[in-house]
Design a protein around this ligand. Structure first.
Ligand SMILES: Nc1nc2c(ncn2[C@@H]2O[C@H](COP(=O)(O)OP(=O)(O)OP(=O)(O)O)[C@@H](O)[C@H]2O)c(=O)[nH]1
Ligand SMILES: [Mg+2]
Length: 382
């Protein structure tokens, strides 16, 4: 159960004023002591995130955050960390109690959620001692009242936030698809990478007739049959296009993932911005996971070389790795974000929002490679 990749888990973040019972509620939902509880204001100091399987919700990550309105010396720093955690939420559970201090904080958190376009569910906790307003979700972490109502509300919201399926509108049962998965030196030993596995799974779910080949075998595959759709790794898009007959639709793994997990129109515009890059511009290449690099490392080597060659400009490249982007993005002319297979949609959207707020165009690895290899994105289906 806990082996579900974090990128496939929905992130549910608990937020609210100090002492309203956020940690208690998280513990009640998980039927476990995940987060420390006490009647001292500011008990939770740092965000506590835990992968969990909740009956009816499936695999999720639950994040408890520090309470707002903590007047101690570290209060402001704790709020900053809490806001960073809320950034990547798929849904925020705003926990309040029926009192004035909690009202002021709740108004602020509601505003923060709206700014981020993140869905919010408000629950009134401690309904064993406070009366919740009529029609609201009343819960008690202590007596475990109302938890089912909260789970039902989460189900409704998370169903809306469900990633669009990768192949919706592109292919139907009984049609045929050719998946091109290069096995080169950067392919992990003995297995496929997560996006390829997810695509295969979706093809099977949709009862699509699926053939998986290495790039060199694309011509042989077309000798045997034609395909309704070809989906290739962007790295080999140029070779694949040279093998695929003109009428056959072609897409890439990264295009379809960007559609399902990100802001595709923003990424498309970002890729077109490569045409406008100027001499000495700085490009940020942002990779979300941390792994060792080799000589054909996509971030460090492949993309910089391709961009230099395509633009003919002397560009400077900087690299960011891990879960967060640098604080100041304003010096960059473009941000090239990895496909984010380890990120949830909420985490990816938080990166897109930060780039937009800094006024910096953002795109992803796959679209950048396709743009630089093919000159345009016109041949792609999405
Ligand atoms: N009566 C009652 N008390 C509760 C309930 N939920 C939490 N409490 C109590 O409220 C106090 C604060 O609970 P926490 O879960 O630590 O609250 P929190 O919002 O995480 O607090 P901070 O981490 O300090 O922001 C503890 O004494 C809990 O036992 C509830 O549903 N009913
Ligand atoms: Mg707490």
């Amino acid at each position: 159960m806990t082996q579900t990749q974090s990128g496939l888990r929905k992130r549910i973040c608990f937020a609210g004023a100090v002492n309203v019972g956020k940690s208690s509620l998280m513990n009640a939902l998980t039927e476990n002591t995940v987060s420390l509880v006490s009647d001292i204001e500011g008990t939770t100091t740092d965000s506590v995130c835990k992968a969990y399987e909740i009956l009816g919700l499936g695999p999720v990550v639950l994040c408890d955050t520090a309470g707002f309105g903590d007047t101690s010396a570290l209060g402001a720093a704790r709020e900053k960390t809490a806001l960073q955690t809320l950034d990547s939420a798929d849904v925020i559970v705003l926990v309040r109690v029926n009192d004035q201090a909690s009202d002021a904080v709740s108004a602020r958190i509601t505003q923060e959620a709206q700014k981020r376009h993140i869905e919010l569910i408000t629950v009134f906790n401690k309904c064993d001692i406070y009366e919740a307003p009529a029609g609201e979700i009343a819960v008690s972490a202590k007596t475990k009242t109302g938890l089912n109502q909260l789970i039902e509300a989460l189900k409704r919201v998370l169903a809306k936030a469900d990633e669009e399926h990768l192949l919706d509108g592109l292919i139907t049962a009984g049609q045929s698809v050719l998946l091109v998965t290069p096995i080169d030196s950067s392919a992990p030993k003995g297995r496929l990478i997560l996006p390829q596995v997810q695509m295969l799974r979706e093809c099977l779910d949709k009862r699509v007739l699926t053939t998986v080949v290495e790039v060199l075998d694309v011509p042989k595959a077309f000798e045997k049959q034609t395909f309704d759709l070809v989906i290739t790794d962007s790295k080999v898009i140029h070779e694949v296009l040279s093998f695929v007959p003109a009428g056959v639709r072609v897409s890439t793994f990264s295009v379809l993932f960007a559609k399902a997990k990100g802001d595709f129109q923003t990424f498309l515009k970002g890729a077109e911005h490569i045409d406008s890059l100027k001499e000495n511009d700085t490009v940020l290449i942002a990779e979300s996971c941390v792994h060792t690099t080799n000589e054909d490392d996509i971030a460090r080597t492949v993309i910089p070389k391709l961009m230099q060659k395509f633009t003919g400009k002397a560009l400077t490249f900087e690299f960011a790795r891990g879960k967060t982007l640098p604080d100041d993005l304003s010096k960059y002319a473009l941000i090239v974000q990895c496909g984010g297979c380890m990120l949830s949609r909420g985490e990816m959207m938080s990166r897109v929002r930060k780039s937009i707020a800094a006024g910096v165009p953002v795109t992803n690895y796959g679209l950048t490679i396709t743009k630089c290899r093919c000159g345009s994105l016109k041949r792609l289906t999405y």
